[in-house]
Design a protein around this ligand. Structure first.
Ligand code: SF4
Ligand code: SF4
Length: 428
């Protein structure tokens, strides 16, 4: 790594909300919640250290070189720090604006450029492109050729499910009897390509609760992949498109089953706050967004009942549900309703599994360390089912358990878990 010059003579254009950064009172209460600090023990890899680095760059006391970029890159954006901060520091916002500044002014290596600007921004947000891009990976898996690949490619491949289902969802499903309302469903990019069955489970859950389900075909990426990668302009463009599409659909509520996307959708109001033509529309849109778990808990429909299954079940908190939204109780209530006495808490449930959107591609080493930490914790519980709420966490934990040889532990999305158990209960 090239050493940075000791000082920067000219302060960069203002990118940081400085007052918000000053809210940090350096108490250090966030340190023990920060996964990267837990792993490295380096203050620069803690929230407090990163805020200090951001401010130093903004002040012109530190060049935007490898040191600052490295420690900001290593941040998972999990926002565990925000959840415990007594001073209310809005770390996620500080991080996004710093990342936007880095992407505009820092030169990345060709490999990082390829990952960030091409694969993550030009392929992942577009279901048809992702479907095409996954084809070679599916062939490699189908013909058992993984062992011919170099380690980094094998690790990346291990994140892709053995079987991916992608099928278009019906634009409208009417409630069986008298409708309790009209729910818009966000089908997601990764979800619609890799987890079409989970989307179908979600629709069944909403439908079974007595609501019409509308899945507008014109919807696109929520923008999280852009925002987390430091491309706020593209994130805003994605937000405008989705707002317009869901306005046309005239829905009362907008339900999403992917925690990372849900957190982004709830932030449209903030993302477009300085755009007079869209600010109010964005606020209105965000106010309608509900994670599937909070929505199911709120509508209070007894759609699942306990089964007699004796195997232990545990729950992993997706960062963008537990910290960013913050929703911890609703999913546990739903899982406990089914699992009953077999539910066990997962140690460090709210510590990131290392997936963090596209982090496991851009920072594979730290992602693997956190994956191993999560796997060890899951194995300690003795659970045979791990329930969670985000596609990235599902893939990351499945790959980790597979690597450890724990083939008898399943990781399932909460929609699939609830739908499966409700159907079993109805069959009994
Ligand atoms: S808990 Fe909040 S105020 Fe304390 S060091 Fe961390 S970010 Fe700063
Ligand atoms: S977002 Fe997560 S990884 Fe980043 S500083 Fe906060 S707790 Fe640490």
């Amino acid at each position: 790594m090239k050493p940075d010059p000791p000082t920067n003579t000219a302060a960069p254009a203002r990118f940081l909300d400085y007052d918000k950064s000053l809210a940090c009172i350096h108490c250090g209460l966030c340190l023990s919640s920060c996964p990267t600090y837990l792993e490295t023990g380096n203050e620069n890899d803690s929230p407090r250290g990163r805020i200090y680095l951001m401010r130093a760059v903004q002040d012109g006391r530190l060049a935007l070189g490898q040191t600052a970029v490295r420690h900001v890159d290593l941040c998972l954006g999990c926002r565990a720090c925000e959840a415990v901060c007594p001073s209310g520091v809005q770390y996620g916002e500080l991080l996004e604006s710093t990342r936007d500044h880095i992407e505009r002014h820092h030169e990345r290596s060709p490999w990082q450029q390829f990952l960030r600007r091409w694969l993550i921004e030009k392929v992942f947000p577009y279901p048809e492109r992702m479907d095409l891009a996954l084809m070679p990976a599916r062939w490699v898996k189908q013909f058992g050729m993984e062992r011919l690949l170099p380690t980094f490619a094998r690790d990346a491949l291990s994140l892709i499910p053995d079987e991916t289902t992608s099928a278009p969802l019906p634009a409208m499903v009417k409630a069986g009897g008298e409708s309790r309302g009209r729910v818009g469903f966000v089908s997601g990019c990764v979800m619609s390509v890799m987890f079409a069955e989970t989307n179908a489970s979600t629709m069944r859950l909403i439908h079974r609760a007595g609501f019409d389900v509308v899945t507008p075909p014109g919807q696109g990426c929520c923008g999280a992949l852009f925002a987390h990668g430091g491309n706020l302009e593209e994130a805003r463009a994605a937000a405008r498109r989705n707002i317009a599409v869901f306005e046309q659909a005239q829905v009362d509520t907008i339900v999403i089953n992917a925690a990372g996307c849900g957190s982004m959708l709830k932030e449209y109001g903030h993302l477009l706050r300085d755009d007079p033509a869209w600010a109010e529309r964005a606020r209105r849109f965000s106010s309608k967004v509900r994670d599937l778990t909070e929505w199911l808990a709120a509508v209070g429909e007894p759609i699942v009942r306990g089964t007699n299954c004796s195997a232990k079940v545990t729950y992993h908190d997706a960062c963008h549900l537990a910290h960013a939204q913050p929703i911890e109780k609703a999913p546990r209530t739903l899982v406990r309703a089914v699992a009953g006495e077999t539910f066990v808490e997962l140690p460090e449930s709210n510590v990131c599994c290392g997936s963090a959107g596209s982090y496991n591609l851009t920072e594979p080493e730290m992602a693997a360390r956190l994956q191993q930490r999560k796997t060890d914790n899951i194995l300690k519980t003795g659970a045979k089912t791990v329930v969670t709420t985000n596609p990235g966490c599902l893939l990351q934990m499945r790959a980790g358990l597979k690597k450890s040889g724990a083939h008898d532990v399943e990781v399932v999305h909460i929609a699939d878990y609830l739908d499966r158990e409700a159907r079993r209960a109805n069959d009994d």
